[in-house]
Every structure is written in C-alpha cells, then in structure tokens.
Design a protein around this ligand. Structure first.
Ligand SMILES: C[S@@+](CC[C@H](N)C(=O)[O-])C[C@H]1O[C@@H](n2cnc3c(N)ncnc32)[C@H](O)[C@@H]1O
Length: 451
C-alpha cells in the first residue's frame, strides 16, 4: 500500500498521474476532514480527530464514521435542507445533519436503534434523570424480590441467575419512573444487559464459539453498578451534545420505520446513509438480548419477524432459497449462479443456495428502497451511500457498490462522484468457521443525483 498526501493546493492531475503509474492501490492520506476538492475516484485513508462522545452511545456493530456524512452534507446540501437517513443505526448521520443546521427525517427497523436515535434527538432534563437513576440504584439495593417479566431462548445460558434478578429489579424501577426519563434509563439498561451477559468483551453475537473465555461470576450488585456507570456516561455525552445549536423541531421519524416503504410525507432535498452490509451482520440477532430485556420485542417469534424484514436477512425458507432468483442485472445474476452452483466454494448442505438467495434478496430489497427514496427526493437532489465493498460470498466477489449504483441508475439516478475509504480497525465481518466469507477492505462512497 502506498500513502500519498492531499494538500489543499495540490493539483488534482498530479495526484492522479501518480496513482495511475503504479499498479497497486495508492491511498491519499487525509487528516481529519475529507476535503471538498477530493478527486473523483480517490482511494483514501483517514487519520481521525477524537469525535464528540455522543457518537459512541448505543450498540451498533457497523457505525459509520461522521466524516463521511459531514463531507457530503457540506458539499451537496445547504443550510435548512431536509435530509433523509433511512438506515439510521446509532444516528451518526443524524448528529451530523443537526450539527450542520439541516433538518432530518430518519428510520431504522431495529427498535434498539430507534431508542438510541430518540435519545440522541431529544433535549431531556438531564439533571433530573441523573437524580432519578441514583434513587433507582439505592432502592434496587433494598429490593429483595421481583417478578420475572422476560423470557427468550437460551436466557439461562447467557445470563447468570443473580444477574437476571438484578436486571429485572432495575427494569421494574425504570418502568415506574416518569416516561420522559425512561429513554435514557432504558439505554443505560441496554448497555448493562450487554456488559453483564456471558458474552466475551468485543463479541457481537450471542453464539458459542471455541474461543469463548472463562466468564467471571457476577451478582446483582454488579448490575446496579454498571447501570449507574452507563447512566453517567450517557448524561456526560448528552451534556456535551446539548451545547451544539440544534432544535428538536427539526427532527422527524418515518412512520413505517422501513426503508423499503418510506411514507409519502418524507419529501427531502438529500439522502445520506450507510445501508446494511451484505452477508455481514444480522442487526436484530446482534441486539437480541437488549431487545428482549427492554421489552422491545414481545417474544422470540416477534424478534424473528423483525429479522425477516431486515435488508440482508438470512431468514429465508428452504422452499424459497431452492429457487434461483434473477435480479435482471446480467453480471450480478452470473455471480449469483456461481454461488448457487458452488463453482468457487462448495459449502455444506444448502448453504450455497441460501447464500445465493440472500444476495438476490438483498439487491431486490435495496432496489425497492431506491425506488421509494427516489419518490421522496426532490428533482436535482443528491443521494449518498457508503457501503462495504467488495463482499466475498462462497468465494465469489460481489461488487456491492457497483451493483447498487446500477440498480439506482435504472430507476433514474445518475452517479456524480465516488471515493473509497480504507477501513481500519473495524470488525465488520463476524468471524465464522468458514473460509469463504472474506473481510471487507473498503467503504465505497457513491453520490448520485436524481435527474
Ligand atoms: C450499516 S447500519 C447503519 C449504521 C449507522 N450509519 C451508524 O453509524 O450507526 C445499517 C442499519 O440498517 C438497518 N436496517 C436493516 N434493514 C432495514 C429496513 N428494512 N429498514 C430500515 N432500516 C433497516 C439496521 O437495523 C442497521 O441499523
């Protein structure tokens, strides 16, 4: 890998000639902010400033870095523009939109992401919430028993008995508190749930693996301590965030919370987003514990139904995945056939067909999303997406960004700009016991315009 520097007064042509002379990928080494004059098609690596704390609040396994939406919003939108973020996640783009004085409409189908985004987009009475959390903890130490309100598969495998009691006690106290306080308190409970589960530090999914380390014994007092710790962290991050000049009235949620079916009243000047990564993360599975403990799903079936609605879902029946799907994009359809037939890698029974269908369905769902977003976007408006590229599935390289751009172009978008960002220290793929799911090396950022 070769590093280049991008200086503001550097001629674009010079940079390009240097890149083209080498037969390896050369990266423009950029410090802090992605510049407006970045040459189209650049490969960049980014040295980052430490961001404000609000970005780190809330669990989301594939957070975008704020520099990407910040670059897009400054280059392609003006103050007071209405911006749509259909795959909001932990709200990174939302924060950027508000920081830069634009208005936001957002959606995400995961109820945990919805909670995180609501906390980040409300101005709440932080001092009162802090005081309430302290009362809750004090009262929890004195509470002996509590009714069990939560049930889900493998609960006892992942939560020690006394931890379960501690979580139930805190939750029952939160639910008795002022509804205005509850989002922050529940978000702290969500972090406590993850921390006090028997997952190892850094694990994304609740799946037993050979490398699971020994888990420390925990008790209900640990639960109370972590809860207070996370409330303090949230309050500190929000206090910092509240110093920025943004207004609750500039925020709107998409009622359906489904990026495939945006509602008619979401008219916007621009879209900025990072859609799910193909074959990388099941967001609903990854937040299974939080969803159940916070009553964000009613039961296992309710959670599985949500998972089926995710873009990129692997919950596909065998009747469906035995059929070879055709997207109408010849290049992509040939790659799907290679996966289906196991030309590059023969996986265990049914996996090739399943993966082929996952890829097919991912692109069909994204096409539906582009169609819906196209109708919400004003003429001449810009749509920017950042996506992990390239994805290796059963040994077959899927050019995700190119294929998405092709589908969008067929609907009337026109590509106007793209660049590639080298990913550093990002665990985007869940480690699997297989050698056919490669690691994503770049985020590709594409800007398109509605003609
Ligand atoms: C790559 S993540 C977005 C991360 C976000 N940019 C951040 O920095 O936190 C993709 C998000 O898409 C959401 N998602 C998946 N399917 C969806 C759908 N049908 N409608 C809306 N959101 C969906 C997932 O829940 C996930 O939060």
């Amino acid at each position: 890998m070769k590093q280049l520097s991008l200086f503001p007064d550097h001629q674009n042509n010079e940079i390009f000639s240097e890149i083209n002379q080498k037969n390896e990928t050369s990266y423009l080494e950029i410090k802090y902010n992605i510049p407006d004059n970045l040459p189209n098609g650049s490969y960049i690596s980014l040295e980052r400033n430490s961001p404000i704390k609000v970005y780190s609040l809330g669990f989301q396994p594939a957070k975008t870095i704020p520099e990407i939406p910040a670059w897009f919003l400054q280059k392609y939108t003006t103050k007071n523009a209405v911006v749509l973020e259909p795959f909001a996640g932990s709200g990174t783009s939302i924060i950027e939109v508000l920081k830069l004085g634009r208005k936001i409409i957002w959606s995400d189908n995961n109820p945990l992401s919805q909670l995180i985004c609501r906390v980040k987009t409300s101005r709440l009475p932080l001092i009162d919430i802090l005081a309430k959390s302290q009362t809750i903890v004090t009262e929890s130490y004195h509470q002996e028993t509590v009714q069990h309100s939560v049930d889900f598969s493998n609960k006892d495998l992942w939560f020690q008995k006394d931890v379960q009691v501690g979580l139930e006690i805190i939750k029952s106290q939160i639910l008795l508190s002022n509804p205005v306080y509850q989002p922050v308190l529940l978000l702290a409970l969500a972090s406590t749930v993850r921390k006090c589960s028997d997952m190892n530090e850094g694990m994304i999914l609740a799946a037993r693996r050979s490398h699971v380390k020994e888990i420390p014994q925990r008790n209900r007092q640990d639960v109370f301590k972590y809860f207070q710790f996370y409330v303090d962290k949230i309050i500190e991050a929000l206090s910092e965030w509240y110093q920025f000049d943004w207004d609750d009235s500039d925020i709107q949620e998409v009622p359906s919370q489904d990026a495939r079916n945006l509602d008619r009243n979401c008219l916007c000047d621009a879209v900025v987003t990072s859609p799910p990564y193909i074959n990388a993360i099941d967001y609903i599975w990854a937040s299974k514990f939080e969803l159940h403990w916070l009553n964000l799903v009613k039961n296992n079936q309710d959670r599985l139904n949500l998972s089926s609605q995710e873009i990129g879902t692997e919950r596909i029946s065998s009747v469906e995945y035995k059929q070879l799907g055709k997207t109408g994009n010849n290049q992509l359809d040939n790659l799907i056939i290679e996966i289906f037939n196991g030309d590059k890698y023969k996986a265990s029974k049914g996996q090739n067909q399943l993966r082929a269908r996952v890829v097919y369905k991912y692109f069909m769902d994204m096409q539906q999303h582009f169609h819906s977003a196209y109708h919400q976007l004003k003429s001449g408006g810009y749509y920017c997406f950042a996506v992990g590229d390239v994805s290796k599935i059963c040994g077959v390289d899927i050019p995700v960004a190119d294929s998405l751009t092709d589908f969008a172009t067929n609907l009337g978008f026109k590509e106007v700009f793209r660049f590639h960002l080298l990913l550093k220290n990002r665990k985007l793929n869940i480690p699997r016991n297989v050698d056919w799911a490669g690691t994503i090396k770049h985020d590709t950022i594409v800007v398109m315009q509605k003609s």
